[in-house]
Design a protein around this ligand. Structure first.
Ligand code: ADP
Ligand code: TRP
Length: 323
């Protein structure tokens, strides 16, 4: 069975865009793969720390479990619970030419914007390579912005194999989310926490409905026929269930027939979200009331990851001459 790994940034509040573009994919993958998903807390230290990091980490874990990551099928863990990762990062850093990091975009961007960047941010891709190689991952599902990091990972794995004349690491591949469309936010731009335009499917019913009613639409009067394809409400709707779903087709027909006001479309979207996320919303409530369940999921995920990590580190230490 192929090993699949991905890391998530503990960025706190998740939104429908994260679910559509990333989380949904993980939930599908856990059916047929050996799936490792971890919270990249060490990476997050390049931008936040303390109570903010603690709270965000917890929230991300609870939300992922609520969305449907199943601890029976997927190893969910925190990066700091597999300390071998930082040992491997050091070992990889010693085969990493400096120029490889000079080219890495997240560091380069920050410096170009005149911001001060830490050494942690500079070597961020090495730590990411360690995350991936330490579980012998075959496949890493990521967004486009992460492709360079996977290429660096392959490069470092090859360099280590070459320098130690070993086959220590296999070379992981990346997988971009298939047909991942970008889900728009309430203002029609890409939904992103940085734009303040997100929809959180875990919101209480009333504020959620209010939020959906704020989606920006044009001024076409209710009676007139409308083109669903250009409407943000419809785009979000189909981003959730796909345009082939009978519910989408029914809504599209109502747009085209005329007589459908944007308020009606928004109400349909609200009802869809309540329906699609009914189970996750229930699960989230139960998890918040039962923190032990969350802790148990993290403990079993960490145990599985450490077991794999200790096998890999055995190989690495031998090849490196540390044994
Ligand atoms: P944000 O833009 O809110 O900061 P992140 O950059 O943390 O989100 O993205 C986390 C994951 O969610 C990535 O895999 C990204 O591709 C996905 N994602 C984020 N926003 C969207 C969106 N609007 N549509 C589809 N996928 C998204
Ligand atoms: N850098 C990734 C991001 O910003 C998070 C991450 C850390 C990651 N380690 C990883 C993703 C390993 C995939 C594999 O989203």
């Amino acid at each position: 069975m192929a090993t699949v790994l991905s890391g998530i940034q503990p960025s706190g509040q998740l939104h429908l865009g994260n679910w559509a573009g990333a989380i949904r994919q993980f939930i599908d993958l856990q059916q047929q793969h050996d799936l490792f998903i971890f919270v990249a807390s060490y990476h997050a230290l390049t931008t936040l720390r303390g109570e903010e990091l603690r709270a965000n980490t917890r929230q991300v874990v609870v939300d992922y479990l609520a969305f449907g990551l199943d601890p029976q099928r997927c190893h969910l863990y925190l990066q700091q619970d597999v300390p071998e990762v930082s040992e491997l990062a050091w070992i990889l850093s010693c085969v990493c030419p400096k120029h490889l990091m000079d080219k890495a975009v997240s560091f380069k961007d920050k410096v170009e914007r005149g911001l001060s960047a830490s050494v942690g941010l500079y070597t961020y891709p090495i730590l990411q390579a360690a995350d991936i190689l330490i579980v012998d991952a075959d496949l890493v599902p990521v967004g486009k912005d992460q492709v360079q990091h996977i290429e660096i990972t392959r490069d470092l794995a090859q360099k280590f194999n070459y320098h130690t004349d070993s086959e220590c690491f296999k070379l992981p591949a990346y997988r971009l989310a298939e047909h991942a469309q970008v889900l728009p936010g309430i203002d029609g731009e890409k939904m992103s926490k940085s734009y303040g335009n997100t929809i959180d499917p875990f919101m209480d019913e009333k504020p959620l409905r209010k939020r959906i009613m704020k989606i920006v639409t044009d001024g076409t009067p209710q009676e007139e026929p409308k083109d669903p394809e250009t409407c943000t409400v419809y785009k979000i709707f189909t981003g959730i269930v796909g345009s082939q779903d009978p519910r989408s087709q029914d809504l599209a027909a109502r747009y085209r027939d005329g007589g459908l006001g944007y308020g009606h479309a928004k109400q349909a979207l609200f009802e869809l979200i309540m329906e699609v996320f009914a189970e996750p919303r229930q699960r989230r409530k139960a998890l918040l009331a039962n923190p032990n369940e969350v802790d148990a999921a993290l403990a079993s995920g960490a145990a599985a990851a450490r077991e794999r990590a200790s096998q890999v580190m055995d190989r690495v230490r031998k090849a490196a001459g540390l044994r």
